[in-house]
Design a protein around this ligand. Sequence first.
Ligand code: CP
Ligand code: NVA
Length: 332
Amino acid sequence: MDVSLSGRNFLKLLDFTPEEIRYLLDLSAELKEKKRAHEPHRYLEGRNVALIFEKTSTRTRCAFEVGAADLGMHAVYLDPSASQIGKKESIADTARVLGRMFDGIEYRGFGQERVEELAAYAGVPVWNGLTTEFHPTQMIADVLTMEEEFGRGSMAGRKVTFMGDAGNNVGNSLMVVCAKLGIDFCACGPAEQMPEDGLVETCRAIAAETGATITLTADVEEGARGASVIYTDIWVSMGESSDLWGERIRLLSPYQVNAELMALAADDAIFMHCLPSFHDRKTTIGEEVYQKFGLAELEVTDEVFEGPRSRVFDEAENRLHSIKAVMYATLK
Ligand code: CP
Ligand code: NVA
């Protein structure tokens, strides 16, 4: 397969063919092997990348920084308060400045149009580290994690269900990657929190080509039944008001991933979550929500999160290998 992503942006998976996504998955697995074997892979020695974070991060930031270092690059981190972007300087101006100094730019922030504009002006590859609409690097890590469980290329025809806030950036992105790779995707949640109609239509058109299916349902039993993967995410995402907690708890509590729900899935089903997760009271927000609403576990119970079917920390590790693959593929 002759795939080259050299010079490309990585803004959303809708922009990539199934073969290109396959290439990134295989490259991620290859780079993971090299890292495990302590085999040097400083393929991009001397390059520089800028990491713009308008929202906070643990995994994505660390994956870009460690990944850049492993590839021989230097990374400069611009935190939510440290850059002028959008406040004193437009995105287009920032893009043209950073494009003169850096070989690639990561952006995490608000609307997808911001990362698209950055890419239009930068003149160097731009990578989406999460926007309100999409989280594409997460998806490469996630499918890699699924394939580690079920085998390379074996996800086509399996059912992957996103439970809960299915119209958020992670739910949207999971629907796109499943459509692209011929995976049966199910968004299971209330009508208010479903992916937008336009995106569902786009994914259904892709699915018609790849053999995937896209199902939207409010019925937990229908969503969970026979799924190989039960995936969930937090109920209030970054950038959303904390005033939404009450309404989201009301809408999404029926979709909490608990032992009863997991029992409906396939016998060999795994549990996945992009993280961070509210599965106990060991965070300030988790404790605040508990004090206000009396719920100690939110989108997933501690039992499932810590249980034998949970793959959340393999998934978190795979962020490193997949982000490294995205940087290498686009910069080489
Ligand atoms: N999953 C994920 O993107 O985590 P961070 O917000 O910590 O980067
Ligand atoms: N939906 C979450 C994902 C975090 C990785 C958010 O946007 O906050």
